[in-house]
Design a protein around this ligand. Structure first.
Ligand SMILES: [Zn+2]
Length: 312
């Protein structure tokens, strides 16, 4: 069984706690890859909304240094795969955590377009344009602003440098602005269905269809509050979001976006080892193996394989 996860906050959380990426306390650990035929993980550097200007770039650099050190220290158990031209080798790398660097929070740019090239040089392959507040690019889920002129320029630059535009966390107005401005497929790394759980962080059916029709991805988020309004979550709750996305024609769009180490995650799925139970539950409920494999690995792999090959 293979796993491709579009979002976790493990890097930022472990750095803050003074832990290594292999440790006793986090949801996601490097050794979790040992149970799977392949494990590809986007590690996000989360930039808080209040860190602005050049300080945001410094914040990124310090976390990037931590990431590089972790890679050196865990050589053989963890490998950054973003610099490759193909994900082929990583698709069959049993026991190794294959990592791709991402940034959550467009304030990392500090309003300077050249920072996009800095991110590309550092191996970043996905940028979540906002967190919940407003920044130089756009408005997040807890704010009102739309996409700015700078945000429009940033999208052009991200697309030129083959960095995925992540629309998770945007408010509705910014979402539609971004979909209009973007020329390439966008991804929502960690968002669920608003039809099933009416949270502003989730996607309406229309939003999901727009992402799907352009060949993008939507990663299923394990955060309790984005799965069920009453907070009562079982594997069936997670499955219902997947099934709803399938009903919208999302078979080639669905992916995983765990949000490990960044959210309150229910016990049924709070460790990567439990992904197997989720996979089995989906099959029991009637998903085909092909559909489950697309959710767990194949769709995200297809997208990022094209991205790093320079086709997206
Ligand atoms: Zn997030």
């Amino acid at each position: 069984m293979r796993v491709f996860d579009l979002h976790c906050d493990t890097l930022t959380t472990c750095k803050r706690k003074g832990w290594d990426l292999e440790n006793e306390g986090s949801h996601l650990r490097l050794s979790d890859a040992e149970g799977y035929d392949a494990y590809i993980q986007l590690y996000a550097i989360f930039i808080p909304d209040e860190i602005r200007g050049e300080r945001a770039g410094q914040y990124f650099s310090i976390h990037h240094l931590y990431y590089r050190r972790q890679l050196e220290q865990a050589a053989g158990r963890m490998a950054d795969i973003a610099a490759r031209r193909s994900l082929h080798a990583a698709q069959n790398k049993r026991g190794v955590m294959s990592s791709i660097l991402a940034v959550e929070g467009g304030c990392v740019l500090g309003g300077d377009l050249d920072m996009v090239q800095v991110l590309a040089n550092a191996g970043v392959r996905s940028l979540t344009l906002t967190w919940n507040g407003e920044n130089e690019l756009a408005g997040g889920a807890a704010s009102d602003g739309g996409l700015s002129d700078f945000g429009r320029e940033a999208i052009r630059e991200l697309e030129r440098l083959h960095i995925a535009v992540d629309v998770s966390h945007l408010n509705d107005r910014s979402f539609y602005d971004v979909l209009e401005a973007a020329e390439k497929p966008v991804i929502a790394t960690h968002s669920n269905s608003r039809a099933l759980c009416a949270h502003r962080r989730n996607l309406t059916d229309e939003m999901f269809r727009m992402i799907a029709s352009r060949g993008g991805l939507v990663g299923l988020n394990f955060c309790r509050d984005f799965l069920a309004e009453d907070g009562d979550v079982t594997l069936d709750t997670l499955a219902r979001h997947v099934e709803h996305f399938l009903e919208l024609g999302g078979e080639d769009t669905i992916a995983l976006g765990s949000d490990y180490d960044g959210a309150d995650i229910p016990a049924c799925i709070d460790r990567p080892a439990k992904l197997r139970d989720f996979y089995d539950r989906l099959i029991e409920r009637g998903l085909t193996q092909e559909q489950a494999d697309k959710l767990f690995f194949l769709n995200a792999c297809r997208y990022f394989d094209r991205l790093i090959a320079g086709e997206l």
